[in-house]
Write a protein that binds this ligand. Structure first.
Ligand code: MN
Length: 339
């Protein structure tokens, strides 16, 4: 399929590059670091070769979220966003941007998101899970009350928020002790991000701000597969839910979430996701440079779904969610959707 749009696609600046070391064996670091710091060369060739018209780019992980000093976090977020804006401006027909945000300070996050959307034309934000401030041991998840003014602004700006994984801190990862192979994309990323997403759903955040749209990668971090059970355990026992939100968890998942195919190129899993959240809320992505574009695209182009769903997931849903129709027309793109 030509004309695909992909949106979990990362780059790094010098200050955040080392955060991605350790996710591949040492012998692959040269290749991975080269992929992370390149935007207009090899990346564009991969896109051309595999029918990706546009990537919406985001900073690598955990980057800004792992900085405990708030003013440093503000500075690195600004630097990364300015760098990205410059690169996007060189090829706006092929690249758009997600903002990195200093969530250490909700006010600063509001300011940077507003700047990125209003002044730099970014399409939303991508944040790498929880954050921490200085010596405070508390992990800050974004259902906490201090973040609600931030969410109000996200809703007002009408941009999606991509909740991207990070690893749990070692001291909060006792279950993985002695089993470090489970960290990262293998398991811990998904578990960490799924719980964070469920906290948002149960908190009542989406009752207060029903227009919010959250994106999860990796085919929904396991949530589609578990959604029914979350709302229906012990169904013979009459109780009211023990969370502040007004409705069943699945109704928020179905109305306030999108999921992408990033790093989870499996037809069986995609079909389950289509049956749970629907093809209107699934978006193609690769997770470049941690995954290969050809692995994502070759699988997606051939996977056994309807051609209508392929067009929606590969392109149309992203065009609508990010309001890209004008951008692609204005820049004179001559690529056409699915053939
Ligand atoms: Mn990723």
């Amino acid at each position: 399929m030509r004309g695909k749009i992909a949106l979990e696609e990362h780059f790094a600046i010098a200050e955040t590059l080392q955060d991605s070391a350790g996710f591949v064996p040492e012998s692959y670091w040269n290749e991975l670091s080269g992929r992370l710091t390149d935007i207009h060369e090899g990346r564009l060739r991969e896109m051309d070769a595999h029918g990706i018209e546009m990537m919406i780019l985001s900073l690598n992980a955990p980057a800004v979220q792992a900085l405990k000093d708030t003013s440093h976090a503000v500075e690195i977020a600004r630097r990364a966003n300015d760098f990205l804006a410059e690169r996007v401006a060189a090829r706006p027909d092929r690249f758009q941007g997600f903002a990195a945000l200093p969530m250490q300070n909700p006010e600063a996050a509001i300011e940077e998101l507003t700047r990125c959307v209003r002044d730099l034309g970014f399409r939303g934000a991508l944040v790498n899970g929880f954050t921490q401030i200085a010596d405070n041991e508390e992990l800050l998840y974004y259902d906490l009350p201090q973040y609600w003014p931030f969410w109000k602004v996200v809703e007002e700006l009408e941009v999606p928020f991509y909740l991207h994984p990070r690893n749990p801190l070692p001291k909060h990862a006792a279950i993985y002790a002695g089993h470090e192979w489970l960290m990262g994309p293998t398991w811990a990323f998904g578990q960490e991000t799924a719980v964070h997403a469920l906290r948002l759903m149960g908190s009542g955040l989406f009752d207060e701000f029903p227009g919010l749209q959250i994106i999860l990668g990796h085919m929904g971090e396991g949530l589609p597969y578990s959604m029914w059970r979350i709302d229906h355990r012990n169904a013979w026992v009459e109780t009211t839910p023990k969370y502040p939100a007004k409705r069943k968890i699945a109704s928020y998942f179905n109305e306030n979430f999108y999921i992408t195919t990033s790093g989870n190129f499996r037809t069986q899993t995609l079909i389950d996701a289509i049956l749970e959240i629907g093809s209107d809320r699934i978006l193609f992505s690769t997770d470049w440079p941690f995954e290969n574009v050809d692995h994502a695209a070759d699988w997606f182009d051939a996977t056994s779904i309807s051609e209508r769903d392929r067009l929606k997931i590969g392109r149309q849903n992203a065009l609508e969610l990010f309001r890209l129709q004008e951008t692609l027309r204005d820049t004179g793109s001559n690529l056409r959707a699915a053939e």
